[in-house]
Write a protein that binds this ligand. Structure first.
Ligand SMILES: C[S@@+](CC[C@H](N)C(=O)[O-])C[C@H]1O[C@@H](n2cnc3c(N)ncnc32)[C@H](O)[C@@H]1O
Length: 250
């Protein structure tokens, strides 16, 4: 059966997931991950202000705000936004609950950013295009839209195969279910602890760097920088992900 965007629920970030998000994503909260991310974004934002699409529990937004940049957020999940609001500094960070593909917040921004593969949570090309248009609408001239996301690993997928493991350990089994016709992917996670398993699956529309560049052009943005990661490692043929910066045409 092909994967169909109409059958997939992209809003998997309910109260239970929100409560455990910081714990289950602990590696992404490590200083060696957050530090370079914030340093990179701080450099692009300069004096700000900055807007984070899909700000979640504030992993990056709160840390960026601590450097003196005025940060706002858009977040679909009320539960995720509530976790952010309950943290130190959270009450001072304005978050609008809504869809990053269409929700407008007041202000004109030096930087709009969308990290941790979250562009792929929009399950259709139309929604991803709308997200770029929404980012552009929030930017001042020469303002930057920054995305961090993965490069699809289709070269490792045996033709005709549909499942691809990405982590197999004693405590975690992670595999992707990939439909190369619809460009949809479901990431399945099985976590094992104390003899019990918990599961979590998130649907994505994987997207190539070149397709993102075209979406950017469509929205009046042009590619300014592309790196393999937040440390500005060169983007290469075997890079697993990229950090891309598009600027609004003045
Ligand atoms: C992987 S988490 C990333 C959260 C945060 N940016 C971080 O780096 O920790 C994905 C987040 O995207 C949010 N999200 C998914 N689709 C969204 C949409 N269409 N509009 C706004 N937020 C969305 C989810 O609710 C969730 O909080």
């Amino acid at each position: 059966m092909p994967l169909d965007a109409d059958d997939l629920d992209p809003h998997v970030w309910g109260a239970d997931v929100a409560r455990s998000y910081d714990r289950s994503s602990a590696g992404m909260f490590a200083p060696e991950v957050v530090g370079p991310t914030v340093e990179f974004l701080r450099g692009i934002a300069a004096d700000g202000p900055a807007l984070e699409f899909a700000i979640g529990t504030g992993r990056i937004g709160l840390a960026l705000a601590e450097t003196g940049v005025a940060v706002s957020g858009i977040e679909f999940s009320e539960a995720m936004a509530a976790e952010l609001a309950a943290k130190p500094g959270g009450e001072a960070l304005p978050v609008v609950v809504g869809d990053m593909a269409s929700t407008r917040v007041p202000g004109e921004f030096a930087l709009v950013y969308l990290v941790y593969n979250t562009i792929t949570n929009l399950l259709t090309q139309e929604q991803q295009v709308a997200c770029f248009e929404n980012a552009a609408a929030h930017l001042r001239p020469r303002g930057a839209f920054v995305i961090e996301t993965f490069v699809p690993r289709l070269r490792q997928l045996v033709p005709g195969e549909r499942y691809q493991p990405f982590e197999v350990t004693d405590t975690h089994l992670g595999f992707d279910e990939i439909d190369t016709v619809t460009q949809l992917l479901v990431s399945h996670h099985y976590d094992f602890a104390d003899g019990a398993a918990t599961t979590f699956s998130s649907p994505h529309r994987y997207v190539w760097p070149s397709e993102l560049d075209l979406m950017a052009m469509h929205a009046g943005l042009r590619l300014d920088q592309r790196w393999a990661d937040w440390t500005r490692a060169p983007f290469m043929a075997d890079s697993a992900g990229h950090v891309s910066v598009w600027r609004k045409v003045a």
